[in-house]
Design a protein around this ligand. Structure first.
Ligand SMILES: Nc1ccn([C@@H]2O[C@H](COP(=O)(O)OP(=O)(O)OP(=O)(O)O)[C@@H](O)[C@H]2O)c(=O)n1
Ligand SMILES: C[C@](O)(CO)[C@H](O)COP(=O)(O)O
Length: 236
């Protein structure tokens, strides 16, 4: 554990939103696709700020659509900055981190939150921030696995059945001590699907807190239907 972070230390949320959304198959980048009356990205930023523990948001936008994203987020004013994203998700995170640290060198806690998890409940966001503030250098929200999971080989043949009680599904936001996240990204040597994965490669501990089914990642058209059904009546 690190020393607890001062209660007034700056918390910045990085929002990678530069993906194309190939699996969703929409004609525009996924972060700009409307759901429940607003683009995914707008819901995601609104949710972060509504949690009451995030001081600044830095969004990584599709590089050819920075102006459109700035426009879509204009309601939030200077609390939200937009930078061009990169080729891979981790590139987008690194570029947003560069911006956050350049603009606010006093940042201590960094969240990394998928635009695609746009209905993440505030208690999940607060749970992650509280755990980092308490001294955990890396924190991820997780859910237990409901199905049996098999490991297969390249031909699709089952090679193992991992013990389900030790498996977790990982969500965002993932929270980090800023220096650890910087170090993890500076030393990235192979592709990775989440930021905690980079921290694990450094041999540093990653703590877990409770995730929530509503923090689902909108990935496919089915997920969009689920999100509309779950949240269209909600006050967003
Ligand atoms: N180069 C990239 C790729 C992804 N992301 C972001 O990372 C988050 C999680 O990625 P995912 O849900 O896989 O989005 P896409 O990469 O857009 O989806 P797909 O893989 O279907 O194209 C999304 O908010 C996405 O916008 C990003 O900022 N930069
Ligand atoms: C970061 C993440 O949401 C944790 O589950 C996930 O790994 C992102 O994966 P994607 O393929 O970039 O959506």
């Amino acid at each position: 554990m690190n020393t607890p972070v001062a209660a007034d230390a700056r918390v910045v949320a990085l929002v990678p939103a530069a993906g194309r959304g190939v699996r969703l198959g929409a004609p525009i980048p996924k972060a700009l696709v409307p759901v429940c009356g607003a683009p995914l990205l707008v819901h995601a930023v609104r949710g972060l700020l509504a949690a009451g523990c995030v001081d600044q948001v830095v969004v990584a936008a599709p590089p050819d659509m920075v102006d459109v994203v700035v426009d879509a987020l204009s309601e939030f004013g200077p609390t939200v900055r937009v930078v061009p994203g990169g080729e891979e998700r981790s590139d987008s995170v690194r570029l947003a981190l560069d911006e956050a640290v350049a603009v606010h060198p006093d940042t201590r806690v960094v969240l990394v939150h998928d635009a695609a998890r746009c209905f993440t409940p505030p208690e999940v966001i607060r749970g992650v921030v509280d755990a980092v503030r308490a001294g955990a250098p890396a924190v991820i929200p997780v859910l237990p696995v409901a199905d049996t999971v098999k490991q297969v080989d390249s031909e699709g043949r089952v090679v193992a059945t991992p013990d389900r009680s030790r498996l977790r599904v990982v969500q965002t936001p993932q929270g980090f001590d800023v220096d650890l996240l910087r170090r993890a990204h500076d030393q990235q040597d192979a592709p990775v699907t989440d930021d905690a994965g980079l921290v694990e490669r450094l041999g540093e501990p990653v703590a877990t807190v409770a995730g929530h089914p509503h923090a689902l990642k909108i990935t496919t058209p089915f997920d969009l239907v689920v999100a509309e059904a779950l949240f269209s009546g909600a006050e967003l």
